[in-house]
Design a protein around this ligand. Structure first.
Ligand SMILES: Nc1nc2c(ncn2[C@@H]2O[C@H](COP(=O)(O)OP(=O)(O)OP(=O)(O)O)[C@@H](O)[C@H]2O)c(=O)[nH]1
Length: 360
């Protein structure tokens, strides 16, 4: 397969495909809107020019009939960014232009007028199709659309043959143009996604960075409050970390942080969020957990941290737990309460869990 078409195989996963479709709709929406307006205006000019140079058996109002619909569709695409709806409207626009080509070519006894507008459409619209199937449907519409006019009346078989050859060339050309456009956009989508992931993920541990964690936790907490569900925040801080760095070097400290993050990850359940809040500080949001459940999970977490071996002994952590059930705290307050509980754990000897009471 030619390199230009290879990207089509890379979007396999359904979630990524949907995300890519939404991205395409966002990016291409304004261009689709502009091209539709150009199409509608070009149609108006073609009808007026045709009226000036020859007599048509069809009344002008009938030949202009597709125009209001074309303008309506063009206007409605201005704000539409749902991929499915955008594709449907774009296909509808092409179908209307094909009807228009038939209405305006009906006066040409030799059906010559089909050649130019009929061949222009696939190439002009080649870059606006969001998906492969939209493109195939559009090309079929473009190829078959002018046939009723071509085949009605006196059929000039040489002209039909000529039309088919030119149309095949136009479709191949638009396939290459579309592949180039789709490949360029896919590369950009991939790069933007990669940059976003890098910006949201901590390079050492692979966990969410503070801002991203707080952003996701804030919306999760708001949703939990709406559903009257509890949530707990765990603030986890590695004990005597400076000592580890000072005695055994930063590499030993880094290794301990990576192991700590892996242990946190192993303890997560569906819906939990983990983030690296600071150097050796981590936070975990446990949706749906009461204070009692949150404290039990924090205790399990503290014990499983002992399995991580530092050069000077087991890794220990101080964990503060704060829950939002009665208090309905916002994310900053909940985190601050968990932090305060963690400080209390530090002050009372480290390697322990302190649960903040859920009273406001
Ligand atoms: N190796 C390594 N060390 C880090 C990283 N981020 C922060 N630190 C270190 O973590 C240490 C935190 O020290 P402190 O805040 O004094 O806390 P502590 O020594 O753990 O003492 P307590 O929290 O009171 O138990 C500092 O020495 C930081 O340099 C990192 O990414 N890698």
């Amino acid at each position: 397969m030619h390199a230009l078409f290879k990207h089509l195989r890379q979007v396999r996963d359904g979630g990524q495909r949907r995300e890519y479709s939404r991205y395409l709709a966002q990016r291409m929406g304004p261009m689709i809107h502009a091209l539709m307006l150009v199409g509608a205006l070009a149609y108006l000019v073609a009808v007026i020019a045709g009226t000036l140079v020859r007599h048509s058996p069809l009344p002008l109002w009938l030949r202009l009939a597709p125009l209001p619909l074309l303008l309506l569709i063009a206007a409605s695409t201005r704000r539409v960014r749902q991929p499915g709806l955008l594709s449907t409207l774009t296909l509808l626009c092409v179908a209307l232009l094909e009807i228009g080509i038939n209405l305006n070519g009906a006066d040409d006894l030799h059906r010559q007028s089909v050649v130019l507008p009929g061949l222009l459409l696939p190439v002009a619209s080649s870059v606006i199709w969001l998906g492969r199937w939209d493109f195939i449907a559009a090309m079929l519409l473009c190829a078959l659309g002018p046939l009723p006019m071509l085949l009605s009346g006196n059929i000039d078989s040489a002209l039909v043959f000529q039309y088919l050859v030119y149309m095949a060339i136009a479709i191949v050309l638009s396939t290459v143009l579309r592949a180039f456009m789709a490949r360029t956009l896919f590369e950009q989508f991939r790069l933007e996604r990669q940059l976003r992931e890098q910006a949201n993920t901590d390079g050492l541990t692979g966990l969410l960075v503070r801002n991203r964690f707080l952003e996701l936790a804030r919306s999760a907490l708001a949703e939990l409050h709406r559903q009257r569900q509890p949530a707990c925040m765990l603030f986890v801080d590695a004990d005597r970390f400076k000592q580890l760095n000072d005695q055994y070097g930063h590499a030993a400290g880094d290794a301990a942080l990576v192991a700590l993050a892996a242990t946190l990850r192993r303890q997560t359940r569906a819906g939990d969020l983990i983030g690296r809040i600071g150097g050796e500080e981590f936070a975990m949001l446990l949706p749906g957990n009461s204070l009692e459940q949150g404290c039990r999970r924090a205790e399990q977490l503290r014990l499983s941290m002992h399995e991580i071996r530092r050069p000077d002994g087991p890794l220990t952590t101080s964990i503060g737990v704060a829950c939002s059930q009665r208090c309905r705290d916002d994310i900053q307050t909940l985190l601050a309460r968990a932090d305060q509980a963690m400080r209390q754990a530090k002050n009372t000897g480290r390697d322990r869990v302190v649960c903040s009471p859920d009273d406001c």
